[in-house]
Design a binder for this molecule. Structure first.
Ligand SMILES: [Zn+2]
Length: 341
């Protein structure tokens, strides 16, 4: 009588009995099933995206939702998001992924390039132009697609950046610097040589980052050791990013919860600014977004694009006292306001 654990063994035996042709066709069929399933998954992801279903579930973005609650790796999640969003503009993409003439990774390559040219050349393709571009990539390999895209958009040579978290939580970074860029880094290294004799490039970069952070958020936590330096640099950089994101979205609106800006003005509520020290203190807690899913108790925790949220909204009489303020990511700050929760 075979045990449960013998199942895989049984499958192995059965597979072993297949002829080469049977094995190949079985794999072909299963791969077709997989692509059909992928198409269905993309449709579901597109619908989740439309509904912003991830927000009430305490996820700051579709990406976070797919990684945290669905279980995709970051790269898999990004590929599916890219394809699902492309499918919303070019519906044929779904059937092409299903029949195998386009791969998820190719659609993702296209989206990546489109993001790049939108940023660098302010170039935005119409849905029909995207459709034509994708047609050129059908049945091409990843490398062929890369070349077609590079030529199509006259992209400069790739300077790929790689980052890998290692066993001891250190991060291995591989990056390309141009001749001019390495010269300026070397110059900084030379200028720092009195303070940091014999420093490695990594130590120079961290030291420069620390100096910059100190000029922006103060010197309250001076580094004591390398690990601590690394942690604090990350922490402070995050605070800085948050502060910058916050400033960008909020400062012109009277420094309170960003989405409330126009509404507040409409309602004629006072625009009294949150004192800078209190604001900095709220954003420096380093706990991330405090939005909580009322059903599961799950807290968002995102540290990106943090804003200061009023627990008791200002239009409902809430003030700028520290106990009435909390960090909240801009997605949840907007969501909370629009959903009235
Ligand atoms: Zn959030």
């Amino acid at each position: 009588m075979p045990q449960d654990s013998d199942f895989s063994q049984t499958v192995k035996v059965n597979l072993f009995e297949l002829t080469n042709e049977e094995l190949h066709h079985r794999l072909l069929n299963r791969a077709a099933d997989e692509r059909r399933l992928t198409h269905q998954i993309l449709q579901l992801i597109a619908e989740v995206d439309q509904r912003k279903l991830y927000l009430p579930m305490a996820q700051a973005s579709l990406f976070d939702y797919l990684v945290t609650l669905i279980g995709y790796t970051p790269a898999s999640a990004q590929r599916r998001i890219d394809a699902a969003r492309m499918m919303q503009q070019v519906p044929e993409v779904g059937s092409k992924i299903e029949n195998g003439s386009l791969k998820l990774s190719q659609v993702s390559q296209v989206q990546k390039v489109l993001r790049l040219v939108r940023k660098t050349d302010n170039l935005q393709l119409l849905p029909d132009e995207k459709k034509d571009l994708l047609a050129k990539l059908e049945n091409k390999t990843g490398a062929e697609s890369e070349l077609i895209l590079a030529q199509e958009f006259k992209l400069p040579p790739q300077t790929q950046f790689r980052q890998k978290i290692q066993q001891d939580e250190s991060v291995r970074i591989e990056l390309t610097l141009s001749k001019e860029q390495i010269e300026i880094v070397e110059r900084a290294k030379a200028l720092l040589s009195h303070a940091l004799p014999g420093a490695t490039l990594a130590e120079v970069i961290v030291s420069l980052a620390e100096r910059y952070v100190r000029t922006r958020v103060g010197a309250k936590s001076k580094s004591k050791g390398q690990t601590e330096t690394k942690m604090k640099t990350e922490m402070k950089t995050e605070t800085e990013t948050n502060a910058e994101a916050w400033t960008k979205s909020s400062i012109d609106q009277g420094s309170t919860s960003a989405p409330e800006g126009t509404e507040r003005q409409r309602r004629g509520v006072s625009k009294q600014a949150i004192p800078a020290a209190i604001k900095k203190n709220v954003l420096s807690r380093n706990q991330g977004c405090e939005f909580r899913d009322a059903k599961t108790g799950r807290v968002c925790g995102s540290k990106m694009f943090l804003e200061v949220d009023h627990v008791q909204p200002r239009f409902a009489g809430g003030g700028n006292e520290p106990f009435n303020l909390r960090p909240m990511c801009s997605s949840h700050n907007k969501f909370r306001y629009t959903a009235g929760c």
